[in-house]
Every structure is written in structure tokens, then in C-alpha cells.
Design a binder for this molecule. Structure first.
Ligand code: PMP
Ligand code: GLN
Length: 427
């Protein structure tokens, strides 16, 4: 994934094809159960699809205003007020983007001078690293403590406990060139949901060191234990935070790529300046549909959370049932499991092998870290699939666990066929 690409500028060398594309390509090629890339198998609610179709029929097929369709900006502002008590002016403080991904890129390109440092939690979502590189900024990773290791809350053999943020490590990473903190909670892939105490400690650091904050909250409605609290709700943070989210996860429309950034007017002006030259404005009918979707009643949002909580519980119990220690994430689309009971100890090799060999695709945790050693045997499994799909995935993994238990890990490894990653069909 990191071979040298001719013609590509040096600051983007090594990015290769994203692990999510790689694993979905393998899943398609081998018709595997795809528990890798985080997208749902189900469609958006029918009324949201109907709203998109209606918007097309009503002639909303040309460029939207650069900052986004007014109805959607109003709906985003109303959503922030309803769920988080945050007030944003739809005209000057809300910007619609091409997914959260563009919002993150536009924000970093707008706010970072070349050489500025950006703090991120590690494991790190790959698009952050790429956006930081595109901005000519410098990434400073603050490692979360992996489950079951010293410094993390203690668990047991079946449940190694959660990943853990040591705020002192975050404080120690702040230096004279630190410009901003890019924070993701609920956190992909760890499933960590930062609580009020952690957010307050982070906020105090941002205020003390005069840092800007950029938050990626795309899993804000996928919190199963505890609650989602935006960093912008903490003391001193609203005025220094760009709060980013998107519709893909909440409304099962990851392919529509409708996202948004909420920030005080001065920060919004900066973000909009860049965003207009990245994509200008896109997905006009989808913007209208998401305006309708965001106005869904509270029960809809509770249902989305409930469905995914059941799926999380099913996958966690199933994986533990076949002998894998699992970190039962408090939120997101993902859980992480230690795969050694499957007769494999290298998650990256396992994830390249498993789609062809046992018909299951997943993502190695090592794809999110620089030093793979502490997470070598950890695999991220997606929960955002119908229960029948999760059960089939579990059945296939269970067969492997049984054969590993009866033949021993050496024999299970000897069966490996390692397909080469398909680079012709990235998604
Ligand atoms: N941030 C995180 C943490 C994600 O996991 C993802 C992928 N689902 C995104 C951003 C991308 O969001 P979008 O599709 O809205 O660009
Ligand atoms: N966020 C998704 C994941 O973590 C991937 C989205 C993408 O492929 N860009 O699986």
C-alpha cells in the first residue's frame, strides 16, 4: 500500500490505496461478508429517498449556493440546537460540504500554515493524515492506550476493556508550532466515546495553549453507552472549534456525501474560502433531502442508535462466543477483536487472506497506527450490517476458530492463500 507512485508529489508519497478500498475490493472479488469498510447494507429511510427524488423533480438539479442550500443550513443549525444546545447562525456559521471528509480537508487547508502542527489521536483515521499532508502541516499523533495494556482500564480475557486517552500525553504533545487539535469522538476505530471529564481536560488545554479545535463527530448518533458531547459545548470552546459531521451514518446514505461544518463566523469564512475552490457546491437534491432527514423526530434517532446497539451486542457476543477477546465499543460502526484464537497473530495478513479463504472481510487496526506492534493481532469489524449478515460472518469465523482449536495455529496458518490486493477496482 505504500510503494512509490511516479508523478505523485513527495508530501503524498506512501498513501497508496486506502485500506477501506483495498478490503472492499477483496470482499467484492471473493463475494465475502464485508465487515471491513464502514457502510450500511441498507437504504436511507423511504421518506428521505422520496425527498431526494422530489427535489430532482422540483428542479433542484443545478449548483447549490456555495455554503449550501439554505434549508439544509437551517436544518443543521436546528439539529445542533436540538441535540447539543449549540446555537449557530445558518447564514454565517454553517457550511455544507461534500461529506465530513471535505469539511476536514477544507478546514485544515484553511487554518494551517505550512509547518504548523496538528494533534490527532492514534489510531488515526487515514483521511486526517492525508489532509494534514495536503496542507503542508505536520501531524503529531497522541496514542490512545490499547485495551488490555498497562495504563488502560483493566478488563478480562473476554473483554480487555476500552481504549483509553491519557490527557497528559496530549498535553505533552503540545509545542510552540501546535496550531490545532483534530479530535474524533466517537472514535474510529477504537469505539471510544470521550466523556465530559476528558472533554473538559482537553478544552482546558486548548484554551491554555490557544489552540483551535476541529472535531469529527460523524458517529454522533451512534453512541451505545454514555452520551455524545461535542467539544464545542465545553467552556471556552465554541469560539475556537469547527464542529464537523455528516449524514452518511445516521441516515444510511454514505454515498450521498452530505456533510457540514459549524463554526463561529470568522472561522466559517476561512473554511468557506477554501471549500468553494475544492468542489464549490454539490449534491443539490441530496442537500434538500438531508434537510428533511435532519428534521426527523427524536424517535427516529433513538431507533438508529437502538438498531446499532443490538448489532454491536450481537457481534461482540458472537465474537466472544468463538473465543475472541473483544473491546465492546461505546459508539461508532466498529468493534475491535484480538484474532489469535483464529490461529492468526498478524491482523494485516489475516485481513488480506480472510476474504478469499473464509469469505469474511475486515480491517486491521494496524492500518491506523505507525507502529503496528501493540495492535498486531487486533482487527476492526463493522457492525453496520443486518443481523443475518453479522450472523453469517460469525458462522464463518466460528468455523475457523474451531479448526484452529482442533488443529492448532500452525495448521490454520498453513492453509493460507494470500490474494494480492485488487488495485484496479478501488471503491
Ligand atoms: N470521519 C470518520 C471518523 C469516518 O469514519 C468516516 C467514514 N465513515 C468519515 C469521516 C467520512 O465521512 P463522510 O463520508 O461524510 O465524508
Ligand atoms: N469511514 C469508513 C471506515 O472507516 C470508510 C470510508 C472510506 O472508505 N473513505 O470504514
Amino acid at each position: 500500500m505504500s510503494s512509490r507512485a511516479p508523478h505523485l508529489v513527495s508530501r503524498l508519497q506512501g498513501f497508496g490505496t486506502s485500506v477501506f478500498s483495498e478490503m472492499t475490493s477483496l470482499a467484492i472479488r471473493h463475494d465475502a461478508v464485508n465487515l471491513g469498510q464502514g457502510f450500511p447494507d441498507t437504504d436511507p429511510p423511504p421518506e428521505v429517498i422520496a425527498a431526494a427524488v422530489q427535489a430532482m423533480r422540483d428542479g433542484h438539479n443545478q449548483y447549490a449556493p456555495g455554503p449550501g442550500v439554505p434549508a439544509l443550513r437551517a436544518a443543521v443549525a436546528a439539529h445542533q440546537q436540538r441535540f447539543h444546545g449549540l446555537a449557530y447562525d445558518p447564514d454565517t456559521e454553517v457550511t455544507v460540504t461534500f461529506g465530513a471528509t471535505e469539511a476536514v480537508a477544507a478546514t485544515l487547508l484553511s487554518l494551517c500554515e505550512v509547518g504548523d502542527e496538528v494533534l490527532v489521536l492514534e489510531p488515526t483515521y487515514d483521511a486526517y493524515t492525508a489532509a494534514i499532508a495536503m496542507a503542508g502541516a505536520v501531524e503529531r499523533r497522541v496514542p490512545l492506550t490499547p485495551p488490555g495494556t498497562s495504563g488502560a482500564p483493566r478488563g478480562d480475557a473476554r473483554d480487555p476493556g476500552p481504549w483509553h486517552l491519557d490527557v497528559d500525553r496530549l498535553a505533552a504533545a503540545i509545542g510552540p508550532r501546535t496550531r490545532l487539535l483534530l479530535l474524533n469522538s466517537p472514535h474510529n476505530p477504537s469505539g471510544l466515546v470521550l466523556d465530559a471529564a476528558a472533554l473538559d481536560a482537553i478544552a482546558a488545554l486548548c484554551v491554555e495553549h490557544d489552540l483551535l479545535a476541529v472535531t469529527d463527530e460523524v458517529y454522533e448518533h451512534l453512541v451505545f453507552d454514555g452520551e455524545h458531547l461535542p467539544l464545542a459545548t465545553r467552556a471556552g470552546m465554541r469560539e475556537r472549534t469547527v464542529t464537523i459531521s455528516s449524514a452518511g451514518k445516521t441516515f444510511s446514505c454514505t454515498g450521498w456525501k452530505i456533510g457540514w461544518a459549524c463554526a463561529p463566523a470568522a472561522l466559517t469564512t476561512a473554511v468557506r474560502t477554501t471549500k468553494q475552490f475544492l468542489s464549490f457546491a454539490g449534491g443539490t437534491p441530496f442537500q434538500h433531502a438531508i434537510a428533511v432527514a435532519l428534521a426527523s423526530p427524536d424517535e427516529f434517532y433513538a431507533q438508529v442508535t437502538g438498531i446499532h446497539r443490538r448489532r454491536r451486542d450481537l457481534l461482540v457476543a458472537g465474537l466472544r462466543g468463538i473465543g475472541l477477546p473483544v473491546t465492546g465499543s461505546a459508539g461508532t460502526y466498529f468493534v475491535t477483536a484480538d484474532i489469535r484464537a483464529l490461529g492468526h497473530d498478524d491482523a494485516q495478513a489475516f485481513c488480506r487472506w480472510a476474504p478469499g479463504a473464509i469469505g469474511v472481510a475486515a480491517v486491521p487496526a494496524s492500518a491506523f497506527v505507525r507502529d503496528p506492534a501493540p495492535v498486531r493481532s487486533l482487527v476492526r469489524f463493522a457492525i453496520c450490517k443486518p443481523e443475518s449478515v453479522l450472523e453469517e460472518g460469525l458462522r464463518r469465523l466460528g468455523e475457523l476458530a474451531s479448526s484452529a482449536a482442533s488443529t492448532g495455529p500452525g495448521a490454520a496458518r498453513a492453509e493460507r492463500r494470500v490474494p494480492s490486493p485488487d488495485r484496479e477496482d478501488p471503491r
